[in-house]
Write a protein that binds this ligand. Structure first.
Ligand SMILES: Cc1cc2nc3c(=O)[nH]c(=O)nc-3n(C[C@H](O)[C@H](O)[C@H](O)COP(=O)(O)OP(=O)(O)OC[C@H]3O[C@@H](n4cnc5c(N)ncnc54)[C@H](O)[C@@H]3O)c2cc1C
Length: 392
């Protein structure tokens, strides 16, 4: 490590490489990212100005002052507006960031939207290009890559930081369980497979947004222009330019999903690998507020106690250090053996989760994604699901 105070050596059992897009650790290990880099640069300028527009992203395609290119504007806190504009082909970042060039273009944009001569100050500016790159594996021995060090997602999907948080949420529990000896290296391999899968899905989606904002060929431009002109009168094409795509990835192919459960038999509710749907239980009372940070068994029952055999599996699991909570759903009174009871008086939760009878259950992983669900749960099936979710 190098610091202003001088270099020093740090010993560590594990290293999480969260050192950003230019990751020195990735370079030092000689790892290559896979994917595409798009041509063309965008200038990004934060200007201080008072504009009477709501807080939403505004996109201007092919304006007179910047033919063939796209401009984005949105409000930020503290009186700042962000203006992104695409540069004409061949212009270098150095040319684009010259103050007189920026002033001319930002003034032209302001004039186009009816604010000619408006006063503004530059707060910050930079240049970027869109890239859709990921390492094919995030776990290399005891070095684990996360965030921009692991993948570079195009800005038009607004997913880079969101995805970095999701990486961290996933890594935290996978690594903690391995460090505590509750699962083996296969769990970390799963973290990598799930998060690389998420990055590739985002790359697909955000790649579409990128091609819409900055069409790389005549064909893409034709399609983009057709969508824009048709969308003025035809509602069916409007979703084609809905490029705010942020949502959690569903780990539907995860090896932690229980193969012997009833996932395929459910007609509603979150499936294998999906995050749980939130459900309003009462005024100001929601399902997600009740979930903990470990494994969570949502057990649907109208009885007064958990079945003994089930309780024994729960207790044995906890005895070996696995955090597992049981939330009973649907009973009028507290349920013996459950940590919490949610009455679900109007039956909303059961309906949304596709549950018709007592004895159904969902098992959520510590990141709350579903890894098993049953129309009828018994001790053997619960044990099998826990074994699958915590591979040796
Ligand atoms: C203009 C712009 C707009 C964006 N808008 C959005 C958006 O709207 N939504 C969104 O989700 N994402 C957005 N992103 C992407 C988002 O900023 C990044 O994806 C996110 O910051 C990645 O987080 P990170 O922690 O992985 O990396 P970084 O934020 O880059 O953090 C890495 C840190 O590691 C430090 N570091 C590096 N090397 C070392 C070292 N050797 N020792 C110690 N420290 C080191 C760096 O100084 C840095 O602080 C945007 C990005 C840009 C450029």
């Amino acid at each position: 490590m190098d610091t202003p105070e001088g270099p020093y050596t740090l010993d560590t059992d594990w290293l999480i490489a969260a050192d950003g897009a230019r990751s020195g650790i990735r370079t030092a290990m000689g790892l290559q990212m896979e994917g595409a880099s798009y041509e063309g640069f965008f200038v990004i300028a934060d200007i201080r100005i008072d504009l009477p527009y709501p807080t939403e992203r505004r996109a201007y395609f092919d304006p007179d002052w910047n033919r063939g290119n796209t401009i984005l504007m949105h409000r930020e806190p503290h009186g700042i507006w962000r203006v992104d504009y695409q540069l004409p082909p061949g212009e270098t970042p150095e040319q684009a960031l010259r103050p007189e060039s920026m002033k001319q273009r930002i003034d032209a944009q302001l004039a186009m939207i009816g604010h000619a001569g408006a006063e503004w100050d530059m707060d910050w500016c930079s240049v970027y290009s869109a890239r859709t790159l990921t390492l094919p594996d995030y776990v290399h021995g005891r070095v684990i890559f996360t965030g921009d060090a692991a993948h570079l997602l195009p800005i038009f999907g607004v997913r880079g930081a969101n995805t970095a948080f999701q990486d961290a949420q996933s890594l935290a529990w996978h690594l903690a369980f391995v460090l505590k000896g509750l699962a083996g290296p296969a769990l970390l391999a799963n973290h990598s497979a799930e998060r690389v899968g998420a990055a590739r899905e985002i790359i697909d989606e955000a790649g579409k947004s990128t091609r819409f904002m900055a069409p790389p060929s005549r064909g893409f431009r034709l399609l983009r222009d057709a969508v824009l002109s048709l969308s003025l009168t035809q509602a069916f094409v409007r979703p084609l330019y809905h490029w705010r795509t942020s949502r959690p990835h569903e780990y539907s192919a995860s090896v932690l999903n229980s193969p012997g459960d009833d996932n395929a038999l459910f007609t509603a509710g979150p499936a294998h690998g999906a995050p749980p749907q939130n459900v309003r239980l009462a005024p100001d009372d929601f399902l997600l507020d009740h979930l903990g940070g470990g494994f969570e068994l949502l057990y649907f029952t109208e009885g007064v106690a958990l079945p003994n055999a089930l309780l024994r599996v729960v207790q044995a699991t906890r005895a070996r250090g696995v955090p597992l909570r049981v939330t009973a759903v649907g009973a009028a009174a507290p349920v013996a053996g459950a940590d919490l009871a949610l009455p679900d008086v109007d039956g909303h939760l059961r309906a949304r989760y596709g549950v018709q009878a007592s004895g159904a259950a969902y098992l959520l992983r510590p990141d709350q994604h579903v890894c098993a669900r049953w129309l009828t749960l018994d001790a053997t099936r619960l044990q099998a699901a826990l074994n699958t979710a915590l591979p040796p």
